[in-house]
Design a protein around this ligand. Structure first.
Ligand code: ATP
Ligand code: MG
Length: 574
């Protein structure tokens, strides 16, 4: 849970210990006059998600603040899971967030250097070839409470190690038959220091180096040295790597190379959300979502398609800052930041999702007129537009009740309401189908109330949106809700499954929505507030003549309720 002020998204300078650390290192000239260098090191084995957005904003953002530079480095040490598709999508998503890297690097560019350094570590007696099986290595490793056991191969001579390692590289041995390990300390309280594996044999084709290598460095061997090669001064990553840091330092010290230093910060997590790439991949592979960019996914391409904006995400990350405690944030907080951004930027439009026809009996047949409507009441510079009005219109089915419950102020027989920016109308009668459903409401209007106000000062309790039937354009509307129905999706009974917690109602498709005609010209990057309904954007599935809109969020800000703070920018939900 956060404790910040939500009145304005950028009101509060977030506490960020990383900023203080860098400022201190600049002041003490820890790295002399060298520029601050950070990097973002994704493994190209999936699409970036909202958690990565935090890491990106932190690494790129802090480097920018200090006049430094950030590299994008693909940690591509795992040939079996990595693909060009992911490499491309990651670059796309970082640019969408608004950042540009200094150098585009790949850990695979360093395979040659890493190999040389492995030879050097063997020669200095700091690495050895082990013939134990993977299972035996795990067993010998010990536990948090018991020390590990030394491998019988641990004391091979340097010559033997060199010979075996060179032959591993030359492809003489089968996958998994041998590994190269660092010779550190099998009794270390840190399991990462118990002779970690540096290289494994894997006859696999790599997305960049092809079949050049059949031994691949482990992430933990490649990572710190890759930082060092790039002269990364501040290697920023999430907390789960904290226990690995002593190992990165050990390699750097043994090799006597540029002393990159790692700092770990809290992972971003949200309620109702999973951020494991493996699980997200499973959702895609099992067809439980339409793809990585399904608007219900927490991926950056998913939330972008849903209508989320880079500005809102950057503002949220700034607001949260960085700490050393992992906290699960309420998903409503993310939604609040997004609403705040959309409220400022979204053009207003009228759209009826569940149409009910209204006929205004005393409005001349064949007549039509244009009413002037503000594009964004929050932004006068956004101007106005003309919206056609005529004798037959659509309103939301839910905005009419034949037998209104108490305190129902919208349209009902004998009741007068305002049609936004147009006229006052009073319901007079209904037409029903054979099943008794209301199919048409007949009204009369007050011609003197043009523009939405009556000269005699008469008040109405409700203002409704509407679309002229003759001018309406049909559209498909996709409504989205949370992908999981539990705040903690991993909360399932024994023998259960994470996916048992999928929300069966996370998507609803409406095929018969009626939109005001200006929406025919919507572009993918446009953001709309459909008055009284929610925030929407065009979906890439839209084609000329077949509009498809996604609901980014409904208007109601539940975070406001959670926070019980000052009123938020004006979502009219009456
Ligand atoms: P996996 O789900 O397979 O563990 P990952 O999400 O950690 O993968 P990486 O490609 O290793 O994926 O992540 C790249 C960088 O993003 C890492 O430096 C990591 O620290 C950071 N990162 C990943 N997830 C989060 C998160 N939820 N919050 C903040 N940073 C994150
Ligand atoms: Mg990870």
């Amino acid at each position: 849970m956060t404790n910040g002020n939500t009145e304005s998204n950028d009101a509060r300078p977030a506490s960020n210990f990383l900023r203080e650390q860098i400022a201190e290192d600049v002041r003490t000239k820890k790295y002399g006059d060298a520029v601050i260098q950070t990097r973002f090191p994704p493994e190209p084995n999936g699409y970036l998600h909202i958690g990565h957005a935090k890491a990106i904003c932190i690494s790129f953002g802090l480097a920018d603040e200090f006049g430094g530079k950030t590299n994008l480095r693909f940690d591509d040490t795992n040939p079996e899971k990595e693909e060009q598709e992911y490499v491309d999508s990651i670059q796309n998503d970082i640019r969408w967030l608004g950042f540009e890297w200094e150098k585009l690097c790949y850990a695979s560019d360093y395979f040659g250097q890493l190999y040389e350094w492995a030879i050097q570590l063997i020669k200095s007696g700091n690495a050895y070839v082990d013939d134990l099986t993977a299972d035996a290595i795990r067993e010998y490793r010990g536990t948090l409470t018991e020390p590990g056991k030394e491998s019988p191969y641990r004391n091979r001579t340097v010559e033997e190690n060199l010979d075996l390692f060179v032959r591993m590289k030359q492809g003489e041995f089968a996958d998994g038959s041998r590994v190269l390990r660092a010779k550190i300390d099998m009794a270390s309280p840190n399991l990462n220091m118990r002779d970690p594996v540096m290289y494994r044999i894997l006859h696999a084709t790599h997305h960049r180096t092809g079949d050049e290598w059949c031994i691949y460095p482990m992430y933990d061997y490649a990572h710190g040295q890759s930082d060092s090669i790039e002269h990364v001064t501040h290697s920023l990553c999430s907390l789960e790597f904290a226990d690995h840091q002593p190992l990165y330092c050990w390699f750097i010290e043994q090799l006597g190379i540029f002393p990159s230093h790692q700092y770990e910060f809290d992972r971003l997590n949200f309620t109702y959300t999973i951020l494991s790439k493996r699980k997200l991949l499973q959702l895609v592979r099992e067809g439980r979502v339409s793809g990585w960019d399904d608007p219900r996914m927490p991926t950056l391409c998913g939330i972008r398609r849903r209508g989320f904006t880079a500005e809102a995400i950057r503002a949220l990350v700034t607001f949260l800052g960085a700490s050393r405690t992992n906290v699960v944030q309420d998903i409503e907080l993310l939604e609040h930041f997004q609403r705040d951004d959309l409220n400022r930027r979204a053009s207003r439009a009228m759209a009826v999702l569940h149409p009910l026809k209204v006929v205004i009996d005393n409005y001349p047949e064949g007549q039509e007129e244009m009413v002037e409507v503000a594009n964004n009441p929050e932004d006068p510079a956004a101007g106005t537009r003309q919206v056609p009005f005529s004798r037959e219109i659509y309103i939301e089915r839910d905005d009419f009740r034949e037998a209104p419950p108490p305190k129902y102020y919208r349209l009902s027989p004998g009741k007068e309401v305002r049609l936004r920016n147009a006229y006052f109308v009073t319901a007079r009668s209904v037409v029903k189908d054979a099943a008794g459903n209301v199919t048409e409401v007949h009204c009369t209007y007050d011609p003197a109330s043009r523009g939405g106000n009556s000269p005699d000062g008469r008040k109405v309790k409700s203002t409704m949106h509407w679309v002229s039937a003759r001018h309406a354009i049909a559209a498909e509307i996709r409504l989205y809700d949370k992908l999981f129905s539990k705040p903690d999706p991993y909360d399932f009974p024994e023998g259960g499954d994470l996916f048992d917690n999928l929300n069966p109602d996370s998507r609803e498709i409406l095929l018969d929505a009626k939109l005001e005609p200006s929406l025919a010209h919507a572009k993918l990057e446009d953001r709309y507030q459909f008055e009284r309904v929610g925030y929407f954007c065009l979906d890439p599935d839209a084609k000329p003549g077949k509009l498809v809109f996604n609901r980014t969020l409904p208007l109601k800000d539940t975070w406001a309720k959670i926070e019980k703070k000052a009123p938020l920018h004006g979502a009219d939900v009456r």
